[in-house]
Structure formats: structure tokens, C-alpha cells
Design a protein around this ligand. Sequence first.
Ligand code: CTP
Length: 469
Amino acid sequence: MIKKMNFESRLQHYSFLSACTETAGELATQVFIIGGFVRDLVLGRESSEIDFLVLENGTDFATTYAGKLGVKNVTVFKNFGTAHFRYQEYDLEFVGARKESYERNSRKPTVFTGSFSDDINRRDFTINTLAISLNKDNYGELIDTYGGMIDIENKLIRTPIDPFITFDDDPLRIMRAFRFASQLNFQIDETVLQAANKLRDRLKIVSQERITDEFLKILSSDAPATGLIQLYKSGVLEIIFPEIANLAGVDQRQDYHHKDVFYHTCMVVDNISKMTDNIWLRFAALVHDIAKPQTKKFVEGTGWTFHGHEELGARMIKTLFKRMKLPFNKIEYVEKLVRLHLRPIALAKEEVTDSAIRRLIVAAGEDLADLIILCRADITSKNQEKVSRYLENYENVMKKVWEVEDKDKLRAFQSPVNGEEIMRICNLSPSRQVGEIKSAIEEAILDGKIGNNYDEALAYLMEIKRIML
Ligand code: CTP
């Protein structure tokens, strides 16, 4: 006989749950905690959202229970038979046990009242079917109908019923499988991967916002490559993000082969995820080489080249953001990082000029530190000696950046040719034009068009004088 597990001691922290037991007694019903909260409790993860499964009426239960806790604001969704309220820092959700029937062309099921087991087997993954009884006679007892605990132990995503049915009912679950795999660092069971592959076209009935939301959760996890690689192997990545799936594969010609850009990208994303939680910086890492397939060329004697992939990649970002319904105010940032991701390494040479450094400072602006994080994450060599050398290169670039910034600050970006001289050379009296010419010289220095010195500023003044006057 399987030993019954009891979570009573772990529930002590949530003292407000005892009023739940009372409510169930008074209403002669049964109540369970179910889903993500139980999964996370077992995994030792913090969770502030608690889902309650009530036999029969979830909304009546919620109002009575809220009354006992002194909570006045209960949101009831009569049509869905669900209710919600906040208590302390927790979001409490209530639902009556249900059975669902799905139409082929919609994610929205028709819902009927069901039994505890009807409700459990309509859920997505075994790890989400775990329930804890809050009823008086077996308070704290874990109900594990589908082996969710073993799957947690084996770090496995499985479905409680045939995965073809689970995914066909609600194709968003295909994305959820990869999201949980990534967040929890789990593997996805082979049959589940097969079903995801066969039914991937069903993702078409899921809104882009939801797909993107799950995708960004994958990207936000500690090691996103777990999800990305499984997405690729199942063929789902081809549907939801073809540009990234296209990075996979290695071409060999003569003695030359290039590295697999997809697996390189996964390593870069995992690297950067250790350095930052900034999802858009992680996104930039994901797409930094996105135009490599289009720019790939074999050059005799040199091997494979990808000239201009950074510029073409930057130009692909806007279309990508539109299609994936990503926030438009992040386009410029991602474009900038993609466009500039090769620049710092080109500046690591000894003889690099101040103006080249200044051009980088101006182009990257306030995102320079993020750009360097991306560059460091882009080092995926297995050769430790090479890694140290590359990292040192970036340190040198940053040293030069600080030096140039220091110098520029000392001169406060004053034009080396002053107002008096501008008036004399251009034959002007004090006027707005003098200021405009002075700013044009300063801009040219900041843009790196000319060096920050008198001779170049004077030559530039002579040049623009003809155009500006
Ligand atoms: N569920 C499901 N199919 C879905 C969405 C949810 O079967 N497409 C079920 C799962 O049992 C899940 C529960 O509803 O555990 C609650 O859903 P949700 O709050 O979205 O997920 P959690 O598992 O709680 O995880 P998280 O809060 O991390 O999203």
C-alpha cells in the first residue's frame, strides 16, 4: 500500500486555512488546495496564489470563508463559477469541481459540474494535479492520483491522461509544458514531446499574447536553454519563433565548418541569465545572431563569414516585435544591442583611437554597460585561456571608455574653437547662429566625426561654414 503523505505541519504557516475547514463543515462540502501552490510547496518554492477546489459550489464557499476572515471584497464570476479575494499577501482563488468539454476551434470549454476526479484529470500536468485536503477527517493529506510526486522526484513533465487529449483540449498547454520544464529545470516526457510535435499547429487557435507570455516566462527562468532546446527538438520553436529555429545546423565545406548558431545562442542566453534579470537584455542575447543564416557565405581560403549580420539582425527586430506582440518601447533598445554587439571587440586593439571609443559611447549611450554584458555572455569558447583573453579585452575596452569619458568631462564638451573665433572667422556679430555653429562642432566631436582638438575643430568649422551660412 502506498504510504499516505501528510502536509499538516507545512500548512501551519498558513493559519487562515483552519477557517476553510470550518466552512467546509458548515456547508457540508469538501475543499482542497490544488495545482501550482501544492506543487510549489513540495518543491520548496514560495507561492502567494492559492487555488481552492470545492466540491459543488465554489462561489458560496468563497463568500462564507471570506466572511470568517473579515474580508469584504470578494470578486465572484458567476458565469465561470469562480471567486477570488485577497487575504494578507495571498491571492485566494476558488473554483467548484468541474468537467469540461472542448470545441476544436476554441480554447474555451463548456463547463459542467463534476466530481473531484473529473476535475483532476482535466488538468494539464501530473505535477499540477496534486491536491491537499483541508477537510476535518483527513486535514493535510496529500492526494496524488497521477503520480505527481514521483514525477517531481524524477523532474519530469507528464500529463495525467493521454497527452494528445490534454494538448488537443487546450493547446496553450504545449507552451506551458516548456515553460514549466524551463522554470523547474525538468525534462519533458517523450510521449508528451511527441504530442507537442504532432499538435503544434493547434497553437494557431491560441492568442499570440498568451504564447508570448509563456515564451517570456521561459526566457525569465534561471536557465532558459532547458526550455529553448526542448522547444527546438519538439519542432514547436519552428512554429512560435522560426527565426531562432533556423539558427540550428552546421554547414561543412572543405575543412571549414561554423558552429551551430542555435546551440551557441542557447549558451549565450544561459550565460546572460546568470548576469541579469533584465528580460530585454536576455531577449537581445536570444536574437543577437538572428540574421546569421541570411548573411552566411563561404569564402575560399577564409571559411564561413556572416558579414553584416548585426545590421540586418537589427532591422529584423521591429517586424519580430510586431508579430510577437512585444512592447514597442523596447524595440530601440534591442535593435541597438543587436546592431552594436560586435563593436566592443573591434575596439579591443591596442591602437584604437579615442574617437572610435567616443563613437561607441555615443552609439550605445546609457546602454553601454548592458552591451558589454551581452558581449561577455557571447563568449562561449570551451578553451579557458581564450575565455580569459576575451574577457580581458572587454575590460580594456571599458578602461578606454572611462579614460575618454574622463577627458571629455574635463573639457565639458566645449568646442575647442570658441565663440569669439567663430564670430571672427565667420564674420558674425553675437547671434543665435554662433551658438548653432558651436553646437554643430560639439556634436561632430561627440559623434566621433572629428577629434576633440583645436585643429580638427577649426577645419570642421571651415567646412560647415559654407553650408550653414
Ligand atoms: N491549468 C490547466 N491548464 C491550463 C492552465 C491551468 O490545467 N491551460 C490548471 C493546472 O492544474 C494549474 C492550475 O490550473 O496548476 C492553475 O493554473 P495557473 O495559475 O495558470 O498555473 P499554476 O500551476 O498555478 O502555475 P503558475 O502560477 O506558476 O503559472
